[in-house]
Every structure is written in C-alpha cells, then in structure tokens.
Design a protein around this ligand. Structure first.
Ligand SMILES: *Cc1c(COP(=O)(O)O)cnc(C)c1O
Length: 358
C-alpha cells in the first residue's frame, strides 16, 4: 500500500534524513556524546527563534510548552489577556482557567486577525495584566496574527507577550528578540519537520526575571530546574533522546537553507496554494491568510467528509477539515515544513479532480 502524504497542519511530512537520524542508537542522556548533540540543538534552535534567550526542550506535544508558559509566568489570581480567534486561542484560555488565572478576553471572529489597537486599549484599562497570550498562526482558521504590532503594544507595559508559535515557527516570519516577544512556544511536528514528541520554549530576559521569582508550585514544567540543568547541557528528566537527534538534523537543514529563504519558500507556497484554490472557484476562509496553511470554504452542496475520505483513499493524501463549528465547512491544506512547489501542485491537482468528480 502506498504511503499517505500528509498535508495536515501537524503532524507534517518528515524528510528521510530526519527519520534516519532518529533511528540512530540510543545514547545515555547524562553522557558527553549526548550533551554535544543537545548543545547543538539548543544553540541552533535559538537561530530559528531569532533569539538570544534561553531555549528549553520538553518531551511533550505543543500543549506541554503552552502549559509550561502558563505555570511559570503566572501565579494564581493573576490577570492575563487572552486573544481568541480559534481553537488554539481557546486553549490558552482553558489553560489560564485550569491554573486559576483571571482572564480578559479579546474574542475575534474566526477567520480574522486581532486588531492590535484593541490589545493596547485593554492593557491601558487593565494595568494589572501580567501576560498577553497570543497565537502566531491560528491553525484552526489558517489566520496569521500581527505579532510585531502586538509586541509594540505590549512593549512599554509590565505584561509579558507569550506567543503560541507551535505551527507558525519556521513558516511565518518571526523575529523574537527584534520585535520584543518575551516567550515563544513551539513543537517538533509542524514546520520543524519532525514527528510529534518535543515541545520547545524560548524565553527572553524580561521573562526570565519573572519565572525566577515566580512562587507558583509546579514540577515537570519548572523552568528554574530546567535552567539549572541547561547550564550543564542537560534536562532535569530523561529527554526523548532520539527525537533530539531528529530535531538536530531538521534544524541543521533549515539553517542551511537560511531562515529568510525558508520564510520566502513558505510565502511562495502560500501564493501558489491561494491562487490555485481561487482558480478552482473556491473561497479562502482566512481574511489574514498564513503562509504555512491555507483554508478554503467547502462549496455549497459538496460533502466535505466524502472529499477528504476519497483524497485519502484514492490520492493517498491526508488533508484536515474544520474544527468545532467549522467541521464540514472548510478544508485545510498545509504547506508547512517539508513542502515544495511540486508537492503543493500535486495536492491542488488531486483536490481539483475530487471536486470535479463530486
Ligand atoms: C498543533 C498546535 C498546538 C499544539 O497541539 P499539540 O497537539 O499539543 O501538539 C498548539 N497551538 C497551535 C497553534 C497548533 O497548531
């Protein structure tokens, strides 16, 4: 049976070089050989985040890195601003609620990006806000948010800007330090071209002072402990050793291509996807469409589930439908990570054939 090609926004396709690296012999995580690889991953990841901050690796999915952000940078009773424009913004709000953080919510219509002016206003009327939780690429709607402008709005306040870039890192432009983003959460299985299994967190100086003084109790996600281990090129608990080999390889590939070129490749892929889908008579869902993922509305009278099932079984390609109230209403075509022009053209051809058939 032919393998299925993933056009889903996580997990994504993994290059064979990365799979090969992952299949290497398991090393002991407290030995020098592993520390060498770990050091390399940390040093090179910083170049992908475009930050001189601390980089933490967790053996977790992306949500683990999000939870680490909430527990280390807030205390019970603190107030935070959460920008919701889809399922992943909602996740920030759910995490805040799970950890007793009071929230002010900016609720965007799904498909739209946040207006930075609203964030500025909210921070002015709530000077006690300690953190602003935002999303770079809201994967449920394929919207990219204006993180640079959000950082400008947050910069002169006491609040930290915490960005979920789980799907956005390495497919959307992100200048963590230059823009003044305090904390960025990411994961291995989106544009970082790895299987699921690693969560990453990039923490700047202003944020570091906050977690160092934070009194909330936590254990697995404790950055004070992780930071002490990091100085010895280790993690407090056993890391997903082989996944670290994979990340090392993938990041080496990204840096060899050059981050500017990686961003440009995704811009080009997004242009091909948007133009191609519009040529089929389809309407884009996102008003501020991302470069890693394109969502289109399912035309009236077509059966989304049937389209996705046929594509999977006949064309051997996996696409994502919509989540929550968008189920059955949109199709999401991911072009993040290990994706090139020939891949996206093949995806568009298959989708066109399927739509014509229905
Ligand atoms: C995939 C994703 C996550 C994390 O999901 P996990 O299943 O925990 O890896 C978080 N935020 C965004 C925007 C995502 O796309």
């Amino acid at each position: 049976m032919k393998d299925k090609r993933l056009f889903t926004p996580g997990p994504t396709e993994v290059p064979k070089e990365v799979l090969k690296a992952i299949s290497g012999k398991v090393m002991h995580h407290r030995k020098k050989e592993f520390s060498g690889i770990f050091e390399n991953v940390i040093k090179n990841s910083a170049k992908v985040f475009r930050s001189q901050g601390e980089i933490f690796l967790f053996s977790s999915s992306g949500t683990g890195a999000m939870e680490a952000s909430v527990v280390n940078f807030t205390s019970p009773g603190d107030k935070a601003l959460v920008i919701i424009s889809g399922k992943f913004g909602q996740r920030w709000a759910q995490l805040c609620s799970a950890f007793d953080v009071e929230t002010e919510i900016i609720d965007c219509t799904w498909g739209e990006a946040v207006d930075p002016g609203k964030v500025r206003e909210c921070l002015q009327s709530n000077p006690d806000i300690k953190a602003v939780f935002a999303t770079l690429l809201e994967t449920s709607t394929a919207v990219v948010h204006p993180i640079k402008e959000l950082a400008e709005a947050v910069r002169d306040t006491n609040a930290l800007l915490i960005v979920d870039a789980v799907s956005g890192l390495a497919c959307e432009e992100l200048e963590t330090d230059q823009w003044g983003v305090d904390i960025v959460a990411a994961a291995s299985h989106k544009a970082l071209m790895n299987p699921p299994g690693l969560g990453l967190l990039c923490v700047g100086d202003k944020a570091r002072q906050v977690y160092e003084k934070n009194t909330r109790k936590c254990y697995y996600w404790d950055l004070k402990k992780a930071s002490a281990s990091l100085k010895n090129l280790q993690t407090p608990y056993t890391p997903a050793v082989n996944m670290v080999y994979g990340l090392d390889k993938a990041i080496e590939m990204l840096l060899k291509e050059g981050m500017e070129n990686v961003w440009q490749r995704h811009r080009d892929l997004a242009t091909i996807a948007r133009e191609g889908l519009k040529d089929m008579g389809l309407e884009l869902f996102a008003l501020s469409p991302s470069n890693g993922l394109t969502a289109v509305k399912v035309p009236e009278g077509k059966d989304c589930k049937k389209i996705l099932t046929s594509l999977e079984e006949d064309a051997r390609m996996v696409f994502a439908g919509g989540q929550s109230h968008l189920k059955g209403k949109i199709i999401r075509v991911a072009h993040m990570g290990w994706c090139f022009e020939k891949d996206i053209r093949r995806a568009l051809d298959a989708l066109k054939k399927e739509l014509d058939k229905q």
